[in-house]
Ligand binder design. Structure first.
Ligand SMILES: Cc1cc2nc3c(=O)[nH]c(=O)nc-3n(C[C@H](O)[C@H](O)[C@H](O)COP(=O)(O)O)c2cc1C
Length: 186
């Protein structure tokens, strides 16, 4: 797909199923992440792939996190929470690894990790892979962060869900550049 067409038309897709992206397609997605804008070349990011059985373990981690915060969940809520990572065959956890021995502010490093996540969405769409960026409370939950092995200077910027689109969303209603861009003339 033409790059401009992909950037203009990309849509997040929530209804995702098997198969997960194949190796070559996934490698393109990963390489796109590594091309994110990055002040001072800190590469302040890393990524975890969660697929297959590991998704069930992530679901358990989500349940533990919620129960630690809210107390015991009902059977229905526990099941709903446990099944969250099963909404796609592949999840990529995008993590900002904020360096402290630099003048680059933490916010810029987090933005760079977000740019890497957006690059992955674009690369997925360009190759016909469905993807959606999710956070929810779990991205900011201390138990989830520990369970995924994050250190104190790391932040989850998103869980990207990737797979095959099973029910396509309608195109985004058009947005006029004039509504968002103005000339500043001093
Ligand atoms: C940082 C971030 C977190 C998000 N978290 C969620 C989420 O937890 N659940 C959700 O349904 N959408 C979430 N979204 C929104 C979707 O990823 C998506 O952008 C939205 O549905 C609009 O669709 P579009 O990307 O096709 O315009 C999040 C987006 C961003 C940038």
């Amino acid at each position: 797909m033409d790059a401009i067409a992909a950037l203009h038309n990309r849509r997040s897709e929530a209804a995702l199923g098997d198969p997960a992206p194949g190796d070559a397609v996934l490698e393109n997605i990963e390489l796109a992440a590594l091309a994110a804008a990055d002040h001072a070349t800190l590469t302040p990011w890393r990524f975890l792939r969660v697929r297959g059985e590991a998704r069930h373990r992530l679901g358990e981690l989500f349940v533990h996190a919620r129960e630690a915060a809210e107390g015991p969940l009902s059977t229905t809520e526990r099941e709903r929470t446990r099944n969250r990572p099963l909404r796609a065959p592949l999840l990529i956890v995008a993590i900002a690894c904020c360096r402290t021995n630099t003048k680059v502010p933490e916010i810029e490093q987090i933005i760079s990790a977000g740019a890497a996540a957006q690059n992955m969405l674009n690369a997925a769409y360009a190759q016909g892979v469905g993807a959606i960026w999710r956070t929810g409370g779990f991205a900011y939950d201390a138990q989830v962060k520990v369970g995924l092995g994050l250190s104190a200077h790391e932040h989850i910027v998103g869980f990207l869900y990737l797979g095959t689109v099973t029910a396509q969303r309608p195109p985004r209603p058009p947005r006029a550049p004039e509504a968002f861009f103005q000339d500043w003339t001093g």
